[in-house]
Design a protein. Structure first.
Length: 284
């Protein structure tokens, strides 16, 4: 963009060029939107609440955008211009074991582990980064034509969100787009899809900016369940004056443990899902 003023064209051609460039830079991002909570919560899908099993320290300065569990450690991507990072964290103490910082022009977003790699998205730079999981060195990059929000893997492909009601499937060998699905609840679009985690053949998605997590079928895009995490900050003793929204889902498949946290939260919670008691009564 810095060189545009040096392009010599006629006024109308120059205007058309600027319009095309602006459209290219914003392609895919216009559909990003907040979740419609009224529509989402009025749908007739199964609802879960939660029980806190454990609470662990979490860096209150971490603007959490991506979270993964692997072999006893947490991998976390944090966002913010000039503050974005990728880090390895001791889950018991919250201590940052290793950290690498992104360049100031990047606002980091979701992360996913793929074999010996960590894939990390950025928000509006249309660029993702590839890191060596062992030593957190950057080994590559790739581009995409939408905003980067959340990313996860189903062991055969990468699954990416951009804040809209769409999920995109990427080939992990070259990060090319292989397909997409639209996410719906009772036929209505579910927007604000953010941080993702693949758990027991389903996609779990934070819905921005809310305390809800959607459980999504990767085959149809239909929301089959929803998790209401409202009140978790109060139960965990988290002061609300500085924290941001819920964002961060990680799963330990060996111990069947589900972890959640949020942006600038001082705690990471291990939770157990509890089927809504009112829903159970209505079914009886």
């Amino acid at each position: 963009m810095a060189g545009i003023k040096h392009i010599k064209t006629r006024p109308m051609a120059r205007l058309l060029l600027l319009v095309l460039l602006a459209a290219a830079l914003t392609a895919g991002s216009a559909s990003a939107d907040k979740v419609d909570i009224d529509s989402f919560t009025s749908s007739s899908i199964k609802t879960y609440s939660y029980k806190i099993i454990n609470s662990y320290p979490h860096d209150p300065n971490a603007f959490t955008q991506g979270l993964e569990y692997d072999d006893g450690l947490l991998y976390e991507g944090t966002g913010g211009y000039g503050q974005s990072s990728l880090r390895r964290v001791d889950i018991q103490t919250g201590r940052v074991v290793d950290i690498v910082h992104l360049e100031d022009e990047f606002f980091a977003e979701g992360i996913a582990i793929w074999k010996d790699r960590i894939i990390q998205l950025t928000w509006r730079s249309f660029q993702g980064f590839v890191w060596d999981k062992e030593n957190l060195t950057r080994t590559g990059s790739f581009s995409y034509r939408r905003e980067g929000w959340g990313i996860t893997s189903d062991a055969t492909r990468l699954i990416m969100s951009d804040g809209s009601d769409a999920l995109y499937f990427l080939d992990p060998s070259d990060y090319s787009l292989q397909g997409s699905i639209r996410v719906t609840a009772d036929g209505e679009p579910v927007k604000g899809l953010n941080e993702l985690e693949y758990i027991n053949d389903m996609i779990y998605a934070n819905l921005w900016p809310s305390t809800w997590i959607a459980i999504i079928s990767p085959d149809t895009g239909e929301v089959t369940g929803r998790i209401d995490l409202s009140g978790i900050m109060d139960e965990g003793g988290i002061p609300k004056r500085r924290v941001d929204v819920l964002n961060g889902i990680a799963y330990d498949p060996s111990e069947d443990r589900l972890f959640v946290t949020g942006k600038l939260w001082p705690s990471l919670f291990e939770i157990e899902l509890v089927e809504d008691s009112n829903e159970q009564l209505n079914q009886q």
